[in-house]
Design a protein around this ligand. Sequence first.
Ligand code: TRP
Length: 457
Amino acid sequence: MAISTQPTEGRWSSRWLFVLAAAGSAVGLGNIWKFPYIAGENGGGAFVLIYLVCVAFVGAPIMISEVLLGRKGRASPINVMRSLARQAGASARWSFVGWMGVLAGILILSYYAVIAGWALNYVWLTASGTFNAASAQVATSTFDQLQQDPVQMVAWHSLFILITIWIVARGVSRGLETAIRWFMPLLFVLLLVLLGYSASSGGFAQGWAFMFDFNWDVVGPETWLIAMGQAFFTLSLGMGTMMAYGAYVPDDSNIGSTVLTIVALDTFVAVAAGLAIFPLVFVNGLEVGQGPGLMFVTLPLAFGQLPMGAVFGTVFFVLVSFAAITSAISLTEPAIAFVVEEYNAQRSRVAISLGVFCWLLGLGTVFSFNIWADAKPLFGLNFFELVDQLSQNIMLPLGGLLIALFAVWVLPQNIVREQLEVRSDGVMLLWRIVGGIVAPLGVAAVFVYTLLPLFTG
Ligand code: TRP
């Protein structure tokens, strides 16, 4: 295979566009759908605090590593790892990290599009008044019916993939930047509108207490595992997304402060989503520990009981859809950038091929909710669960672990100094301890804990 280390030409038009693009990648279903339900199932405040610790000590250093490698290598993750490993006199096999990332991106997008498809469907359902004064039974059966109907699910899944691929095909500046410029500000406005709505609903104090009152009793080792997994997923780490986006960062932006801004934005959205959702749930006397159905059953039910609920409910699902789209486009970037630079291929063609492939793979997830629900080929998991666990619990942590180790222990430290603009030795030492020891150990611990049960049953 030809080794092309041609530096990429693409650049974000400013440091702010990179911040928005990376935040667009980070902020997605992970923040709005997953974070609130996981927090809800894991006791609220205790989980939130542990999650913040994971974000600070594991998430942030890994994101810094990804962005600095991407900007230094200025290529797709596979070629970045290969060329930087060579430069450092290490094995070119480090490019394995890039390959695994490409695969993880494809796997994640395949089911991400299915769940994002539900959100698209819910824009329509809420807007048309399905949940107005609806009973709990109506809310539950609406969600069940959608999951039982492969044709409907495939239709929404297809629509989501189409939108994503259309944007991706248009390229970094015409496609990604344009979408990001529109969607991200809108997303923040919609979120603030919803926060205001929820603050005036009467359940705010209770929602606030649930999110921030700390209770050690509900904390166990699994709480740490779940929080760490969530930190990886929500920050888009471990598969080269941030490396691919980092390759387009202008030379004069400071990586440290940029990453901190991105992490802060992502955390803000997750916490704000919780604060928007829980008060509505409490004020209607509903349960917060409903799992994945929190956003698709409990919340529509809550909106349905509230004044102007159909309007704000629609706003909410539009917000979720935008957030999901800017994340989905980022899942494709490592793969697309690689094929384009390696084979000089036309971006739109590569995007379409990838879209078709992810769409096909996504059918497996669609069917896991209905016609294949009982097919459990491996480890007692169905297709969706397998793809989800393999990508999230194995590939992302492994990728993140290797990336941090590479950046701290393999890459020559003068490169790190130059990329991060670090002058003081104390800061360098701190970076090596947190990025090279604390973060990898944290990931390794989680890794072992999640893998053990697979083998010991
Ligand atoms: N972070 C996104 C979310 O929270 C999902 C996502 C986008 C992602 N790109 C990623 C997750 C790369 C892991 C790796 O919904």
